[in-house]
Design a protein around this ligand. Sequence first.
Ligand SMILES: *[C@@H]1O[C@H](CO)[C@@H](O)[C@H](O)[C@H]1NC(C)=O
Ligand SMILES: *[C@@H]1O[C@H](CO)[C@@H](O)[C@H](O)[C@H]1NC(C)=O
Ligand SMILES: *[C@@H]1O[C@H](CO)[C@@H](O)[C@H](O)[C@H]1NC(C)=O
Length: 400
Amino acid sequence: MRSIIWSASVLLLPSAALAGVVAVGGDWRSKVNVQRNGFYPLDVVDQLEEATMTKVDEYMTKKIAAGKNNGCTLEKAGVRREWGDMTIEQRSDFINATLCLMKAPSKAPKDQFPGARSRYDDFMAYHLTNAGTLHDTIGLFPAHKYFLLAYENALRNECGYKGYHPYMNYDRYTKDPTKSALFNGNATSMGGNGAPDPKYTGLRTSAGTIKSAGGGGCVTEGPFKDYMATVGPGSPVMENVPKNPLSSGGGYNPRCMRRDVNANAALGATADRSYNLITKSKDINSFYNTLLTPPQNRTDPYNWGIHTSGHYIAGGDPGGDPMVSPGDPIFYFHHAMLDRLWWIWQMQDPDTRVNAQVSLGGSGASRKLDLKWLATDVFPVLEAHDGLGGHGGAFCHVYV
Ligand SMILES: *[C@@H]1O[C@H](CO)[C@@H](O)[C@H](O)[C@H]1NC(C)=O
Ligand SMILES: *[C@@H]1O[C@H](CO)[C@@H](O)[C@H](O)[C@H]1NC(C)=O
Ligand SMILES: *[C@@H]1O[C@H](CO)[C@@H](O)[C@H](O)[C@H]1NC(C)=O
């Protein structure tokens, strides 16, 4: 038993005190270190995930017996946690590694990206020019899984981060996100809201306008208040984003990070919507469509679709610009959450779902994942479908 529970007062319970609470489905808990923040009760997706861990454990046991786990086990898997469930020390470690990446020298080709000044910028620059292969139907989930892994590896291997990439559980940001541990603007948050910009009235989507929640200007509080986005914009969603000196967007265009931390966006990605996505999507194409397409429901005031909602919980520039969204570190929290939802969906029936590939827009049998200068490995797209042993064990994570 390695579980700990903590709350605002960092309440550490000895395992004996927990025994009654976690008696059900026991064995996986001896393999995966669960940390919970008592401030957030488990939502329906968290509960489904916990219930699913027994299946995950069985699946891994079979895989290990068949010699197909590539060295990945539940005990060894990297644990990706909700930001609020991490301890202050873990958050601080993560923030320091992000700041380190923002100072480390760029490895992007200088001729293409004279604007990329740091390792952090490299990921934004890559996303800007490879949006096609990162976002086609076959690539979207696995390519972002690989992109997130490459970023997590940079934090760990180049900047000494000891943990794994956090995710944002959208449902925790539906009430008062500017007061959350993620966005409250204190030294162990991922930065605050943008300053009020009365000219920012909201974001137009195909399903209607996500009304501004009162931000829209520069982030002035927290660890990233001095961070400048460099490359882009690509497809800005705000007014007054300065133009890039190069038509490619790869030139140096330093500007503050702007945000509108917005519950109106998060309300399109509540836990019940994610729960329905996971439990009602019978195949990968319907999972994909439900995630990406706004529900056609005129009486639903938060009709944005889960993927769009996740992007616009912070929005702004560069975060809301689909081409350079990795320029706000929240991007990776959102994509970790999407990867988490995909993984929980897969694990409802791992034998048939792990290799299920979106077939809208053609077959991906021969497709390879290639992040070019950003990360060296080139491998078949299906190897990034398996989060527990895929690509020779490079993918080996659980979400709790
Ligand atoms: C992060 O950096 C700050 C400032 O240098 C330091 O005080 C803090 O201890 C670091 N956090 C961790 C977890 O090392
Ligand atoms: C930041 O806010 C979180 C959430 O309220 C709190 O737990 C944490 O102690 C605060 N950190 C600092 C450095 O004030
Ligand atoms: C449409 O949205 C309304 C308001 O959120 C909700 O009560 C209703 O169940 C939704 N209809 C469908 C078919 O999802």
